[in-house]
Every structure is written in structure tokens, then in C-alpha cells.
Ligand binder design. Structure first.
Ligand SMILES: O=C(O)CCC(=O)C(=O)O
Length: 277
């Protein structure tokens, strides 16, 4: 009997059950046509400009046909809006509870001939298994994604134990996440996965919004990497999601005020001495 594996679904309850059981789910119709075309167009334009200006990040084996576009938060309103997309709030609390933050917002463009990425867990920097995910990812599919054009490879159920994969370069025991443009692959930070090989002649565009529980250090450091103008215009809700909101006793400026949005003090209190008369 072949195992039932997650299928494309629009049923969020089913998606949450797939996450619990298999470590991933694929949800259809998450982006509307306007969101999809705006995201795809902005990404293609940005990736082309970074390549032309010599600041592109590339990998994917010989010839480095894959292109990673980092720090999308600085690179267009359409990306910033994605962080507050209703789908994020519909699915992420199931994995990360409330108050989760953005760890990074990147794109991974799998180019023709791209080799598979080494299988890894996104929270692989932890040397121990956690009973719940500490991080989780949404891959927003901006093209129809298949096993042929780089569909993310996953090891179903590997989120449930600390067992490593026998060979992180062997993808023969993986399944490829497939879905139409506008759907989303959601995966638990404990699942083994990696970009699939792209054996087609076209590029696969995916945006990765990587989230973390609020006590985790983020992959991209917004306090240093945010463009000052972008930072000034951020709505409070987005600031909260970028880690500007005090959570418990963490993230304060001159003391943690639970729930406060912190800002850079214009005059930080430095070394002072009382005056003695
Ligand atoms: O590009 C993909 O399909 C997955 C990328 C990935 O695994 C990662 O960035 O950690």
C-alpha cells in the first residue's frame, strides 16, 4: 500500500493535520492573481538588476544557476505586504504560537541545470530535538512548481525525531512539493528538505518567508540591514513582526516594557556620574 502523503488542499484544517503528521502541507489559491503577478514581476526585476550589477548571490552546483535574493523586506512594498498576508496568520500560529517574528524574507530562483541542495533542517543549528518547531517556513510558489523544475524536496515525518538522514546528498527517498503558481508550501523547521534539481529550461521562482518563535535570533538582522527610509515607514504591525516589539523580557531598550514597540533612542543613556556637592 502506498502511503498517503499531503496533497494540494484549500482546506486549512487538513493543512494543519498534514503539518502535524508529515511536517509539511501544500495549500492552493493562497495568492490572488494580482498579488502573484506583482510579486513575480518585482522579483524578476530585482534579480535581474542584482545580476547585472554584480551583487547577486548564486549557488546550485556547477555554473551556479540558482539565484538567492536576500533581504526582500528592503526591496519592495509587495514583499513587505506578504509578511502581513492573512495566510501567514492563518497557518503560522499552529506551528509557532503567537508573537512569532520574521527570521528572513528571501527568494530562491532555481535555474536550469540547478543541482539539488543538501538536505537540512532549518533549525539544524540546534543539536537537540524540540517537541514543537522553533522555526517554520512558507514557500510562496510564483510559478507552477513540479518535481522537474526544482520543487522543494522533503523527507516526510522527519520532523518527528532527531534521527539524521543517512546521506544529506541523496534525494532518492524524498518527495517533491508540487503546486500551481499562487499556492504555498508550508514546512516545519524540523523537517529535512532542500531545493530540488531543476532539469527544465526555465527558472522556478519561490519566495521564502521564514518565521521563528519570538525568542530566536533571526537569520537576517533587521536592526542593521533595514533601509532607514523603509524602517521609518513601517506600520507598527510589521515592526512587531520584525522583532521591534518587546516579548516577555526580551528585546527592550532601557528595560523591557512588555508589548511596547521599541525605537532607537535619539540620545541613548551613556556613562553618567552623579554630581556630588
Ligand atoms: O528553494 C527551495 O525549494 C528550498 C530552499 C531551502 O531549503 C532553504 O533555503 O533552506
Amino acid at each position: 500500500m502506498t502511503e498517503r502523503l499531503p496533497q494540494l488542499t484549500s482546506d486549512l484544517e487538513r493543512a494543519r493535520r498534514d503539518l502535524d503528521e508529515f511536517g509539511y502541507c501544500i495549500v492552493s489559491g493562497v495568492l490572488n492573481p494580482a498579488e502573484l503577478s506583482a510579486l513575480r514581476a518585482r522579483l524578476i526585476e530585482q534579480a535581474a538588476a542584482e545580476a547585472e550589477l554584480g551583487c547577486a548571490t548564486r549557488d546550485g552546483g556547477p555554473g551556479a544557476p540558482n539565484q538567492r535574493v536576500w533581504n526582500l523586506i528592503n526591496k519592495g512594498r509587495v514583499f513587505r505586504e506578504l509578511i502581513l498576508h492573512p495566510f501567514v496568520d492563518a497557518i503560522m500560529p499552529h506551528l509557532l504560537g503567537s508573537g512569532f517574528i520574521l527570521s528572513s524574507l528571501t527568494a530562491n530562483i532555481a535555474g536550469p541545470g540547478g543541482a539539488p541542495m543538501r538536505l537540512h533542517r532549518d533549525q539544524g543549528y540546534l543539536s537537540f530535538h524540540t517537541p514543537v518547531p522553533v522555526v517554520a517556513n512558507i514557500a510562496w510558489l510564483l510559478d507552477a512548481v513540479t518535481s522537474a523544475n526544482g520543487g522543494t524536496r522533503l523527507v516526510p515525518r522527519s520532523h518527528l525525531s532527531a534521527a539524521p538522514v543517512a546521506d544529506p546528498d541523496d534525494i532518492s527517498h524524498t518527495v517533491a512539493a508540487e503546486g500551481p503558481a499562487g499556492s504555498a508550501l508550508v514546512f516545519d523547521g524540523r523537517i529535512f528538505h532542500g531545493t530540488g534539481p531543476n532539469t527544465t529550461g526555465t527558472r522556478r521562482h519561490v519566495v521564502l518567508s521564514y518565521f521563528a518563535r519570538p525568542f530566536v535570533r533571526a537569520q537576517e538582522n533587521p536592526f542593521l540591514s533595514l533601509d532607514a527610509e523603509v524602517e521609518r515607514a513601517l506600520p507598527e504591525e510589521l515592526k512587531a513582526r520584525l522583532g521591534y516589539k518587546v516579548w516577555g523580557t526580551l528585546g527592550g531598550v532601557e528595560g523591557p516594557v512588555e508589548g511596547a514597540i521599541v525605537r532607537r533612542p535619539s540620545h541613548p543613556i551613556g556613562e553618567l556620574k552623579p554630581k556630588f556637592r
